[in-house]
Design a protein around this ligand. Structure first.
Ligand code: SF4
Ligand code: SF4
Length: 347
């Protein structure tokens, strides 16, 4: 990894240069919510001034640019008693600016599932490899617990990573293409003063986390608390809406459906993002539902995030962004669920 300094006016030039050749996605201000707090979303921008890099939270993650809610996997054409199949991968270059460390770590989690050596997913890989990732440091949001789950630092999975030093950015350069791209504008070697300022910002960030919750022993705790009353307490509140999985940067379960035209001349195979909290997620042919109540469905999501994924990949799937807690209409916040499990352990 290389470290450099870029002045903010040169960074603006860099973004505008990129806009000439590449679709750029960035946090964009939408409007204020009912409490007067700004709502930001990752959306395409057409000029630098639309980009808000000092945002606190984005309601949705940038997952949709890698795993769209609806994705056509293949199209079939039937003709003269024969058929052909057409498959299209998204290969157009795209850049996503302003990802926080938890969201970059979320992509690294998705890489483990979709870009692994066996059965890699070409739809995901083509989007991932053609997307230039620019992350940024930030003061912790008020309800995130990324630090408790060790997802507040990044080591890989990005091209550039910025730390705001006032009039300039401290830049981590993590790929050849990032070095080539940023070299189009003036960048400087780091000085002792830059290092001092960078460490001061990092110290301020590390001292500003607000949410305290213990997660390191969660896989064992979940094993012990499989029959806990905690699942009924929170499960009974669940509306089975699936919102938590849709906003989550790492939930990736999907269903596949086929659509055939009325004259049977064409058909499509389409993947839709799905959620294990939805009523029919575990329903099988014949109508039997392996998870018939809210309690078991809610529990399953926590077991996948904090236990099953750890067994398979050595770390939890959850990155502690708390989008699920923030968006849940029933007020189910993962921090409270995990705290309740710890309370059960003491009984
Ligand atoms: S967002 Fe809340 S109510 Fe909706 S499925 Fe998730 S936990 Fe249940
Ligand atoms: S806090 Fe919720 S939304 Fe965020 S990664 Fe974890 S499960 Fe997903």
């Amino acid at each position: 990894m290389l470290f450099r300094i870029i002045k903010k006016e040169d960074f603006k030039t860099f973004v505008n240069l990129m806009l000439q050749t590449t679709e750029v996605i960035a946090p964009k201000f939408i409007k204020n919510n009912a409490k007067g707090k700004p709502i930001h979303q990752f959306l395409p921008i057409s000029n630098y001034d639309e980009m808000v890099l000092d945002y606190e939270k984005c309601e949705f993650s940038a997952k949709t640019y890698f795993l769209p809610y609806k994705n056509t996997l293949s199209t079939f054409h039937m003709k003269d008693h024969d058929w052909t199949q057409e498959i299209q991968y998204r290969i157009q270059p795209r850049a996503i600016f302003g990802l926080h460390p938890c969201d970059i770590n979320a992509l690294v989690r998705l890489d483990k599932v979709f870009a692994r050596d066996f059965y890699p997913n070409p739809y995901y890989i083509s989007r991932r490899k053609n997307t230039f990732i620019v992350g940024i440091d930030h003061l912790p949001c008020d309800d995130g617990f990324c630090h408790a789950i060790n997802a507040n630092h990044i080591t890989h999975g990005f091209d550039l990573f910025l730390t705001d030093l006032g009039d300039r950015y401290f830049v981590k350069i993590n790929s050849d293409r990032a070095f080539m791209a940023i070299s189009e504008v003036p960048i400087q070697e780091i000085t002792d003063e830059d290092t001092k300022d960078y460490l001061a910002v990092r110290k301020q960030i590390s001292q500003s986390y607000k949410v305290s919750v213990k997660t390191d022993d969660l896989p064992n705790l979940l094993d012990i608390e499989f029959e806990s009353k905690v699942w009924k307490k929170w499960g009974d509140k669940c509306l089975n809406c699936g919102t938590c999985a849709m906003v989550c940067p790492t939930c990736y379960c999907y269903g596949v459906t086929e659509r055939v035209s009325m004259d049977h001349s064409t058909g499509k195979k389409i993947a839709y993002l799905y959620s294990c909290n939805l009523l029919d997620f575990a329903m099988v042919a014949g109508g039997h539902n392996f998870r018939p109540n809210q309690e078991t469905r809610l529990k399953y999501r926590y077991y996948h995030q904090h236990r099953g994924f750890v067994e398979s990949y050595g770390e939890p799937m959850c990155v502690g962004c708390n989008r699920c807690g923030r968006s849940c209409l029933a007020g189910i916040d993962p921090v409270n669920v995990i705290r309740d499990l710890h309370e059960e352990e003491k009984l």
